[in-house]
Design a protein around this ligand. Structure first.
Ligand code: UT7
Length: 332
């Protein structure tokens, strides 16, 4: 069998139309736009309205990616959805997306690794392509975290936004696609980003509702330290596997959690900040959606070319990390 590569032939993103600015949050929270901008780089976020769910956002991003790839949904061999904010705990949101896309009986699975989910899913898709098992795979990162944060908790609610991003990966014999990756997890830090109640450890009940412990909680300082510690080593490991150095990379697309984390990574890796894609100012932290959203947005405006060498780096709940070196399409 000839060697197979996963070409990324389509991409798409969806953000809900409603924008909530920092100034609007000042009206209901003990916060200031100045604090949010200085500490995070966030100016605004998009928030889904009551008619949207995680699956509806995923489906919108998916249709765009499929249209661009010129691939009917019925030709999909596998659907991977990365999210930590599904419509339901059960059934898996991936099956709901599969049904909505009319992708009859296509295997579908949800990958729940927090903000790192999209890159985990991309790496998973690549394995199925490389082995020859599947030819056409949809990979989605989507989050509707505005339904899971406590809107009275200023330490989390100002940070997150809703969005979805999708790519289509298709088998080709021309060298391209995922060239190297690094995945990791240190579950000893599991409590740093957590929804403490509503799962088997602490089932939902009146006491949970009273405490509000079903909401997302984050130990921001610890996560910040973890993110800045892991960024460089994860990137180096992925580059080494790809047989490349950072000088070969055209664009770094980091998870958009905090502008200061991105600035610290640029400093540590001695790379100018203008080689990092940054859109946290407009979308805030969209968790598993942040990398595919940034990717789609910058491909659409022509800033990133499909033949560019990209370094994707993410970190988040778990604690998990993921990095990938990708050239979406074969060079000329
Ligand atoms: O996507 C998953 C991965 N997530 C991340 O990577 C997030 C990583 N962490 C961070 O981005 C930052 O830690 C935060 C943005 C979450 C927080 O920034 P920080 O500079 O680490 O602030 P802090 O948590 O150390 O809090 C500093 C102060 C505290 O007040 P005291 O205790 O110093 O009096 C907070 O209560 O800022 C206060 N504070 C706020 N003040 C105004 C926290 N949130 C707010 C707020 N407005 N929204």
């Amino acid at each position: 069998m000839p060697k197979l590569y996963g070409e990324i032939t389509g991409w798409g993103a969806y953000v809900p139309p409603r924008i909530v600015t920092n100034h609007e949050l000042e009206a209901t929270l003990d916060t200031t736009s100045e604090w949010i901008v200085q500490r995070t780089g966030i100016h605004q976020r998009h928030i889904a309205d009551a008619s949207e769910t995680t699956s509806t956002m995923a489906v919108k991003a998916s249709w765009s990616a499929l249209a661009q790839a010129n691939l009917p949904s019925t030709a999909l061999d596998l659907i991977l959805i990365a999210t930590s904010s599904p419509d339901y705990f059960t059934p898996p949101v991936s099956s709901m997306v599969q049904a909505a896309l009319n992708a009859h009986n296509t295997p579908a699975m949800t990958i729940v690794t927090g903000c790192t989910g999209f890159v985990y899913a991309l790496v998973t898709a690549h394995q199925f392509i490389e082995t020859g098992a599947y030819r056409n795979i949809l990979v989605v990162g989507v989050e509707l975290l505005s339904r899971f944060v406590d809107w009275e908790d200023r330490s989390t609610s100002v940070l997150f936004g809703d969005a979805g991003g999708a790519v289509v990966m298709q088998a080709t014999e021309k060298p391209c696609g995922l060239q190297g990756y690094a995945l990791g997890s240190d579950g000893n830090g599991f409590q740093h980003i957590i929804m403490p109640s509503g799962g088997s450890a602490r089932p939902f009940g009146a006491d949970v509702l009273h405490e509000g412990s079903h909401h997302l909680q984050m130990n921001g300082r610890e996560v910040f330290k973890f993110a800045t510690r892991i960024f460089g080593p994860a990137s180096d490991q992925a580059l080494k596997m790809a047989g490349k150095t950072i000088a070969d990379v055209d664009w770094i697309i980091p998870h958009q959690a905090n502008l200061r984390i991105i600035q610290a990574a640029a400093r540590d890796m001695e790379i100018p900040l203008d080689r990092f894609i940054v859109n946290i100012d407009r979308y805030a932290n969209t968790s598993a959606a942040s990398i595919p959203l940034a990717l789609a947005e910058n491909l659409d405006c022509g800033r990133i070319k499909p033949t560019d060498t990209l370094l994707l780096v993410s970190f988040g709940a778990g604690m998990t990390w993921s990095a990938a070196v990708v050239q979406m399409q074969p060079g000329k």
